[in-house]
Design a binder for this molecule. Structure first.
Ligand code: GLU
Length: 364
C-alpha cells in the first residue's frame, strides 16, 4: 500500500470491546501501525469511534431516555478514548468533533479542510469523531464509516482504511453460506455489491456492512482507494505495510467528482423524496441511462415536508435514486397539485422542472 495521506477508521468494538473503558488490546497494534506509517512519511488522520462504548460502565442509574444517556456517554467516553490514543501514539494528537451539519455547510467544510491541513503539516495526528453529545437526529452523520469517507474527501486523502470485524467483503455471509467467497478487488460499487452488504449490523457501533459500502462509494467518487480489513487481526496491518492486500481493495473512480458534484451526491442533507413512476411497469436501467431525464415521469408519492430551496431526492417507484437537488416546489404545493389532480400541470414533469439542475446531481 502506497499512500501520501490516509484516513483510518476504527470502530467501537476495537476500542472498548468490554464496553467498560478503553482497552489497549486492539488499540496497540493499530497505534503501532499508525506510528510506522508516520515514520515512513504517510500523513494519517484517525477516525475513532468508541466514546459511547467506553463510557457505558460509568453510567449505572436506570434511564428512560436512551438518547440523552448516549449523548452523555459520548461526552464522558471521549476523554478516555483520546487519552488512550495519545499515550500509544508517537506524535502529538488533536481532537476534532463534528456533525453532518458542519460537513454540509460549505464554509465549515472549508474550515475543517484547513484545520486538517494545518495539523498534518505540523506533524500532529487529527483524531476525529462525531460530536454525538450535541448532534440531533437531523444534524448527525450517524455512523463513523460515512464520517471517515467525508473526512477523506475533506482532507484530499488518497487512501481510506475501514477496520472491520471481518477480513473483507464476501459474496454472502460466510457464517451461513459455505460457498461464500471473499472479493479481493472491487472495481466499482454496483447493485450486486450493494446486495452483498445485506443488512448485517454490528452489535456495538452503529455501522454494519451497509454503511461501509456507502462509505466506499463516497470515497471512491472522490478518487480515494479504500481497504476493508479485519482490525482484530494484527497481521492485516503488517500485510498492508508490506504492500499486500489483506482484505478487500475498492478501487477509486476513474472519473472522480469535483467538490461541488461530490457535495450534491454525497453530503447535501435531504429534506424529502419524490417518488416518480418511470412510466414503465419495470425500471429499465439501460433506458434510464439512455434517457437520464425524467420526461414522461409522474409523481407517485411525496415524502417529507420541504420548502422551495430545500434539497430533495427523486426516486423511481422501484427504489432507484435518479436525481437530487434543490426543489423548485414545496411539498405542500406538490401535494395540493396531486390532490386536485391537475395532471396537465405536473405531467410531464422533467427533472429540470422539479429541481434546479444547476444545484444538484442527476444519477444515471
Ligand atoms: N461516534 C460513536 C462513538 O464514538 C460511534 C459511531 C459508530 O460506531 O459509527 O461511540
Amino acid at each position: 500500500m502506497k499512500s501520501t495521506r490516509l484516513v483510518i477508521k476504527v470502530g467501537s468494538a476495537l476500542i472498548a470491546p468490554d464496553e467498560n473503558g478503553c482497552s489497549t488490546k486492539f488499540m496497540k497494534p493499530i497505534a503501532a501501525f499508525i506510528n510506522t506509517l508516520r515514520a515512513n512519511g504517510t500523513e494519517v488522520i484517525l477516525v475513532s469511534s468508541g466514546a459511547v462504548a467506553a463510557a457505558k460502565g460509568m453510567f449505572n442509574s436506570p434511564t428512560f431516555n436512551q438518547i440523552e444517556r448516549r449523548k452523555a456517554q459520548a461526552a464522558a467516553g471521549q476523554t478516555n478514548m483520546i487519552s488512550m490514543w495519545s499515550e500509544m501514539l508517537a506524535m502529538p494528537c488533536a481532537q476534532m468533533l463534528m456533525t453532518h451539519q458542519d460537513l454540509s455547510n460549505i464554509g465549515r467544510f472549508q474550515s475543517i479542510r484547513k484545520t486538517l491541513d494545518e495539523l498534518l503539516t505540523e506533524g500532529i495526528l487529527p483524531i476525529v469523531n462525531e460530536n454525538d453529545s450535541v448532534s440531533t437526529k437531523q444534524s448527525r452523520v450517524g455512523d463513523n464509516d460515512n464520517l471517515s469517507a467525508m473526512i477523506a474527501t475533506a482532507a484530499n486523502a488518497d487512501t481510506l482504511i475501514l477496520c472491520s470485524d471481518i477480513d473483507g467483503l464476501y459474496t454472502a455471509p460466510p457464517a451461513s453460506s459455505p460457498d461464500a467467497r471473499k472479493l479481493s478487488i472491487v472495481k466499482s460499487i454496483t447493485d450486486d455489491i450493494r446486495a452483498m452488504a445485506g443488512d448485517v449490523n454490528s452489535s456495538m457501533g452503529t455501522g454494519g456492512m451497509i454503511t461501509k459500502i456507502q462509505a466506499v462509494e463516497k470515497a471512491a467518487s472522490s478518487g480515494v482507494t479504500t481497504y476493508l480489513i479485519n482490525g482484530f487481526d494484527e497481521d492485516a496491518f503488517t500485510q498492508l505495510l508490506n504492500g499486500n492486500n489483506p482484505g478487500t481493495l475498492f478501487e477509486p473512480s476513474v472519473k472522480p467528482l469535483s467538490d461541488p458534484e461530490h457535495y450534491w451526491r454525497h453530503t447535501a442533507p435531504t429534506a424529502g423524496t419524490i417518488v416518480v413512476d418511470s412510466g414503465k411497469s419495470t425500471v429499465d436501467k439501460g433506458a434510464l441511462e439512455v434517457e437520464p431525464l425524467l420526461d414522461e415521469n409522474r409523481i407517485k408519492t411525496i415524502q417529507g415536508d420541504f420548502n422551495v430551496g430545500d434539497t430533495i431526492e427523486v426516486h423511481t417507484s422501484a427504489g432507484l435514486k435518479i436525481a437530487k437537488g434543490v426543489s423548485n416546489y414545496s411539498s405542500c404545493t406538490l401535494k395540493l397539485l396531486q390532490r386536485i389532480d391537475l395532471d396537465a400541470i405536473i405531467t410531464p414533469l422533467s427533472a429540470e422542472q422539479l429541481i434546479n439542475p444547476a444545484e444538484g446531481a442527476l444519477f444515471q
